[in-house]
Design a protein around this ligand. Structure first.
Ligand SMILES: Nc1ncnc2c1ncn2[C@@H]1O[C@H](COP(=O)(O)OP(=O)(O)O)[C@@H](O)[C@H]1O
Ligand SMILES: [Mg+2]
Length: 496
């Protein structure tokens, strides 16, 4: 293959809020080739391209253009170097005409406006697109805006064109037009980065494909003709979870003991015995509704027991207040119910702490202080302590919830689906926090319907089925297959 026009080397990007969007990603774009960059939502595709386009600065790594390192301080640096990017939502000035948008762009690119006609003619012949020069952009449908954006990029001499999920807002006929335009660019020797999460597009247009997952490159420069759709899908979403390396010293004394427990809820839960020790993560796997709510309710103290004993750090059969007082903390499964969304972040912290610390905290000064501590330690991004909790992103709501609990320095954490609905980076962050707790000797009861999460974090895994514990596995024994059988009600030996 030819020498790449441009190359990204070991790019790392950590956003100011601590999200590690890219972790050492390298990528090359070649003249006349379409390089598909495939990945799920949140994989880091747009972040990588915005770095190449000079829009955001990488935390680490370098960009090599024509064999030489370059540093872009703005998008106009990139544009002047022949790199253009077309966003999902084209960035044209809506109140200006197409012509004026082009003139503006030429100005940015350092090209005299007088060359517009001639250059546009060439761009038309490459792409097959027409530009309605006298129309005001806001009157144009999004498909046409995208064509304008592509035309002006090529007219201004782009040698590298980044298309970020370009088919998202297009009709099937427009998709055909776009594909034909990309073919034209290839013939012209333009290097195209084609960002997508749609597999058929890769086969349709790409000469090579790289796959990003959770900020890492998991496949580089594959030939689409030699890699099947299943393989690409697997690369995109990941392997079945692999067993993580063992990490901690032996667990210590029990922080939670359950014996002869019967709880009648949606199902009748009956647990002979269950124990969580210091420094241990006990995962509770199972299909939702198989006794998870009943178990958690009994441990945290809000579900009435028919019989049996729950002992939390020496306190027998605690109610919610005693649970917290004994050193327990609780991350419930549904953050939208756990938070008072209409109330401020600071007030929510007060509620979340109330059970533990009592009403003494409810002075504004102390609340703000508490807010600062929690926000800083757990990377909660909010406009102010008095912003409503509803104004936070889901990830920040969850960090608020988790932070409020961990800030209490618990010795037992009960966590229910702690990463449900979170993006990949926040998921990794929250899981890291839980792992870190266990490393410091906290016992964790992790109730999760996400098998990936259970396998990633747990030292031992109990599987709930129909209100009973169908089996308890050591991490070494656990595989998705074995757990899956237990979750489905098959005995430990069945089918083995
Ligand atoms: N401006 C930003 N500030 C903080 N985090 C961001 C920002 N932009 C993206 N992220 C995070 O970075 C990760 C990668 O996002 P992105 O590059 O948009 O992925 P993709 O384009 O593959 O969907 C996600 O976890 C996302 O939430
Ligand atoms: Mg994106």
């Amino acid at each position: 293959m030819d020498r790449p026009v441009v190359e990204l080397r070991d790019i790392v990007k950590v956003y100011p809020d601590g999200v590690r969007a890219l972790d050492g990603v390298s990528l090359r774009l070649y003249p006349g080739k379409v390089h598909a960059i495939l990945g799920e939502n949140g994989a880091g595709k747009t972040t990588l391209m915005r770095i190449l386009y000079g829009e955001i600065r990488p935390t680490g790594g370098e960009i090599i253009l024509d064999g030489r390192p370059v540093r872009f301080h703005s998008t106009s640096d990139a544009i002047r170097s022949g790199i253009a990017m077309v966003y999902q939502h084209p960035r044209l000035v809506p109140t200006l005409t197409v012509r004026d948008n082009m003139v503006l762009y030429f100005d940015t690119a350092g090209i005299p406006a007088g060359e517009l006609g001639e250059r546009l003619e060439r761009a038309r012949s490459i792409t097959g697109f027409e530009a309605p020069l006298d129309e005001v952009v806001e009157s144009l449908p999004v498909g046409v805006r995208q064509r304008v954006d592509i035309l002006r990029s090529i007219a201004a001499g782009a040698r590298v064109l980044i298309l970020d999920e370009p088919t998202t807002n297009l009709s099937p006929a427009e998709v055909e037009g776009l594909m034909a335009a990309v073919e034209g660019m290839k013939r012209e020797g333009i290097a195209v980065a084609f960002i997508t999460h749609r597999l058929p597009e890769v086969y349709r247009i790409a000469d090579l494909v790289s796959v990003l997952r959770r900020g890492r490159l998991v496949a580089s420069e594959l030939d689409p003709r030699r890699v099947g759709v299943e393989e690409l899908a697997r690369l995109m979403v990941g392997e079945l979870p692999r067993a993580p390396a063992p990490r901690r010293p032996r667990p210590g004394r029990p922080v939670l003991r359950v014996e002869g427990l019967r709880v009648r809820g949606r199902v009748l839960l009956e647990v002979d015995t269950l124990e969580v020790r210091e420094g241990e993560i006990l995962g509770v796997a199972g299909v939702e509704g198989n006794g998870q709510d009943e178990l958690v309710g009994a441990v945290v103290g809000y579900a009435p027991r028919e019989s049996g004993v729950v002992e939390v750090l020496g306190t027998r059969n605690p109610g919610p207040r005693e649970f917290y007082a004994a050193g327990g903390a609780f991350i419930p499964g549904d953050r939208t119910k756990a938070l008072a969304l209409a109330m401020s972040v600071a007030e929510n912290l007060a509620f979340l702490r109330y059970a533990h610390a009592g009403p003494a905290l409810l002075t504004p000064g102390r609340l703000v202080h508490l807010y600062r501590e929690v926000a800083e330690a757990y990377r909660v991004v909010a406009e102010s302590p008095w912003a409503p909790a509803s104004s936070l992103s889901g990830g920040n709501q969850q960090k608020l919830l988790v932070g409020s609990q961990l800030h209490m320095r618990p010795r037992l954490l009960v966590a229910v689906n702690p990463t449900r609905g979170l993006d990949i980076a926040t998921t990794a962050y929250v899981r890291g926090l839980i792992r870190g707790l266990a490393e410091r000797g906290v016992g964790v009861l992790l109730v999760s319907t996400d098998l990936d999460e259970i396998l990633e974090l747990s030292d031992r895994i109990a599987v709930l089925f129909n209100g009973r514990i169908a089996g308890v596995l050591e991490r070494g024994q656990a595989s998705p297959e074995v757990i899956g059988r237990l979750m489905g009600g098959a005995g430990w030996q069945a089918g083995a």
